[in-house]
Ligand binder design. Sequence first.
Ligand SMILES: Nc1ncnc2c1ncn2[C@@H]1O[C@H](COP(=O)(O)OP(=O)(O)O)[C@@H](O)[C@H]1O
Ligand SMILES: [Mg+2]
Length: 277
Amino acid sequence: MKHAVPQRMFHVKHKNTGWITSIANQKGGVGKTTSCINLAASLAAQGKRILLIDLDPQGNTTTGLGIDKQAVESGTYEVLMGEKSLQNALVETDCEHLFLLSASMDLAGLEIELVEKKDREHCLRQAFLEYDGRFFDHVLIDCPPALSILTLNALTASDAVMIPLQTEFYAMEGLSQLMDTIRRVRSSLNPDLLMDGILLTMVDRRNNLAQQVEDEVRGYFGELVYKQVIPRNVRLSEAPSYGTPVMYHDARSLGAEAYLQFSKEFLLRYQAQGEVE
Ligand SMILES: Nc1ncnc2c1ncn2[C@@H]1O[C@H](COP(=O)(O)OP(=O)(O)O)[C@@H](O)[C@H]1O
Ligand SMILES: [Mg+2]
């Protein structure tokens, strides 16, 4: 992967939705949702206007922001099916500047419904093309733990993909499959898709093995790997049960601090490429 950072200006076609970044890894439990919520909240706290899209049928991003999944009337399902426009389906959250497109209860069934549909990987992209609402600096998409049609929709609609990697012995396993998928998406569905970077999560630096894994990943992927890592921190796992990002649960926790620093590094990668026209 040569492109460590996005290398082009916005397409005029989605100037209202800024940069669109998928947070993807087909492994479950690697920190996708935690990273989405806390990156989004950290960016919003710095005044960036953020839209978070919960594309995982489990809806952990939705509940993690204190929104009741059962009560969602229009969310990702309705938008992907073209039943509702993006601007009419997104909702405000308790965090200023942070908006959410919730996961709908029906999202799990969408996979099957889309099988028959023509251009089924383009549903989300289409929703962005038709978007005519408030301005966002960044859109973050929380992907499900599978290389499914939903994930393909996310990658097709995105400018870049960010991969959270749990720093454990099997960290690299499955990564080549993900990279293959990204390459395939580039060669057919979305030639403009770039690699944003790799974020090491649940890092325990007291553990020698974790240090070896980190060295190995950095040795292999070089500058693609974010300098900031996310430590294993209990506050990060507690916060969703309070329906809040960690910075509003315990602002001084190591987890909150790490995501804030990471968000600054994330912003630099995009700012280097120029702001919205
Ligand atoms: N840095 C961390 N420290 C401690 N627990 C974490 C950390 N990151 C995630 N977790 C916890 O690990 C579990 C899986 O994380 P999650 O973000 O839901 O992963 P994914 O979305 O990739 O499935 C969750 O219970 C979450 O609270
Ligand atoms: Mg998740």
